[in-house]
Every structure is written in C-alpha cells, then in structure tokens.
Design a protein around this ligand. Structure first.
Ligand code: NAD
Length: 248
C-alpha cells in the first residue's frame, strides 16, 4: 500500500497506460480520479476500476474544462497528492505533409493540455505532492514521421525540470515517465491504415533491445514508484521504461 489514502488524478485515465495506472494506484490504496474526453469511456473505466473511483469529463486542450474538473475535485476532496498528466495523442506524418491543424492539435493536447493540467491542479497540490508527466522514448532520437509528436513529448521533459525547481519550495516533486512502445489503443487512433500500423509496429520492434512491446502495467508500476514516498528524493528526472530503445 504505497499510496494509502492519497488523492490521485490521472488524465487520459480511461484507456491504455492511464487506465492501467488507475488500477495500480487503486491497489496501492489511493482514491483515484480519472479525467478523460469521452463520457462513456470515462464512466466505464471508473466502474471497471471500482471502489470510490470518480470519472470526470474534460478535454485537456480546453483550459475551461480543466478549471471545471479541478473545481469538482476541490469540492469533493480538497487536495491532490498525485497528479499523473498523461493524456495524449500520437499522429505521424512526414514534414512535407504536416498541416497547421495537424501541428496545432497535437501541441494543444500534448503540451498545452499537460501544462494547464499542472497549472489548474497547482492550488490543490498538497505539500509533498508528486506530479508525473508522460513523455516518450522518442524524445531522445529521431524517428521519421514523428516530428510533431516527438517535439511535444520532448517539451515535457524540460517542463518537468523547470517545475521541479519552481515548485520545490512547496515540496512538490515533478518527474517524467518515458514509455517505449506499449501495446495500447493509441496505435489504432493514429489515422493510419491497419497495414501501416503493422509495418510501423514491426519497424519499432526491431529497435527495441528487449525485443518486445511493453505492457501498460509496466508503466503503471514505474509511475507508482515516482508517485510514492519511495521516490521522496527524486525530482526533475526522467524514468525511461522503454526496453532499452533510447540506448540502441
Ligand atoms: P491511449 O490512446 O490508450 O490513451 C490516451 C488517453 O488520453 C485516452 O484516455 C484519451 O481519451 C486521452 N486523451 C486524448 N486526448 C485527450 C484530450 N484532449 N482530453 C482528455 N483526454 C484525452 O494511449 P496510451 O498509449 O495509453 O497513451 C498515454 C500516454 O502515453 C500518451 O501521452 C502517449 O503519448 C504516451 N505514450 C504512449 C506510448 C505507447 O507506445 N503507447 C509510448 C510513449 C508515450
């Protein structure tokens, strides 16, 4: 029970890595709040995780949605001990094909969304709170077609370093988890035909020293470490959970 009685908020908590982390946090004794965009998926995930788990609907790219969600959290719980800013999308296209809308959408969700999630949570963050952003192993190397996605994820590493220093006075720790390829629904949402997804998956797999995709539960365990008192002296850092991909 590493998170006994902690109030833990997870954006993108209704699917993939966020949902696996919601299960893990709950098992470790936390009271979990899931934030997601799709009302049905959020409700289903909250029921699946069970217990007191609360589902809130918000589009993280809309600051007003985040304000409304954290207002509910303030009224119901009064504080946040763990903030997992994890919501994100991944779309790949070569430089020549990237439109303004394609660029703006990913920056709005992955960067602006994570940024204002932290800002709107800040008044509720308790002394000793832990904030974790989801970056990606792709922050560390060039992957053709991933220019927009990769820059959004790389931005979060500096955001964590900056906030770690800025919020240290309140004893708030800020870290990053950087997954490698993890088998989640994100690959099906990339807007690519199934054959292209299979091809991308094969190309990625060939670059992973441990020669397999990771499981969402493996990221959840790393996030739980960063969220817990086990990481009490860890701030401003990045935990790569990528099967060695960034080192190959
Ligand atoms: P997923 O698609 O299963 O989950 C993404 C979650 O984010 C969903 O719950 C979705 O509803 C939510 N979301 C997306 N846009 C949102 C918005 N505007 N407002 C609110 N919620 C929104 O994918 P996942 O693989 O679990 O991804 C989770 C995070 O992990 C993402 O930030 C992703 O970039 C990152 N990541 C994933 C992998 C991987 O291989 N799966 C690798 C590295 C990093």
């Amino acid at each position: 029970m590493k998170l006994q009685n902690k109030i833990a908020v997870i954006t993108g908590g209704n699917s993939g890595i966020g949902l696996a982390t919601a299960h893990e946090f709950k098992q470790q004794g936390a009271r979990v709040i899931i934030i997601g965009r799709n009302p049905e998926a959020v409700a289903a995930a909250a029921t699946e995780v069970g217990g007191e788990t609360l589902g809130l609907v918000a589009d993280v790219s809309k600051v007003a949605d985040l304000e409304a969600a954290f207002r509910v959290i303030q009224e119901k719980y009064g504080r946040v001990d763990v903030l997992f800013a994890n919501a994100g999308i991944a779309k790949f296209a070569p430089l020549a094909e990237v439109s303004e809308a394609f660029f703006v959408e990913q920056v709005a969700i992955n960067v602006k969304g994570a940024y204002f999630t932290a800002q709107k949570a800040l008044p509720l963050l308790a002394e000793g709170a832990s904030v974790i952003f989801t970056s990606s192993t792709v922050s560390h190397f060039g992957m053709p077609g991933s220019s927009v996605y990769s820059l959004t994820k790389a931005a979060l590493i500096n955001l964590a370093k900056t906030l770690a220093v800025e919020l240290a006075g309140k004893k708030i720790r800020v870290n990053v988890v950087s997954p490698g390829p993890i088998a989640t629904p994100i690959f099906g949402k990339m807007g690519l035909p199934e054959a292209a997804v299979q091809e991308l998956g094969g190309a990625i797999l060939a670059q992973v020293p441990l020669a397999r995709f990771g499981e969402a539960s493996e990221i959840a365990k790393a996030v739980t470490y960063l969220a817990s008192a086990d990481a009490a002296y860890v701030t401003g850092t990045e935990l790569l959970v990528d099967g060695g991909m960034a080192q190959a």
